[in-house]
Design a protein around this ligand. Structure first.
Ligand SMILES: [Zn+2]
Length: 66
């Protein structure tokens, strides 16, 4: 059983490694770059290499996809 648990640096919840947004990154590069910018506005110390769950990612991405 995989026991890799990671703390999302935005919501501080423990997430299974499979839920990291990095594993789901098949999105348009411009949208990814824009979403990263949005997250950084709210979380200045966040870096795109920090663990981020898909839920947090989607939350910011949907802000963009109006
Ligand atoms: Zn999160």
């Amino acid at each position: 059983m995989p026991s890799d648990k990671i703390i999302c640096s935005i919501c501080q919840h423990e997430i299974p490694a499979a839920y990291l947004r990095v594993h789901q990154e098949r999105e348009n590069k411009e949208i990814v770059a824009y979403t990263i910018g949005l997250i950084k506005e709210s979380h200045p110390e966040w870096s795109e290499d920090d663990p981020t769950c898909q839920k947090c990612w989607d939350q910011y991405r949907h802000t963009n996809a109006k």
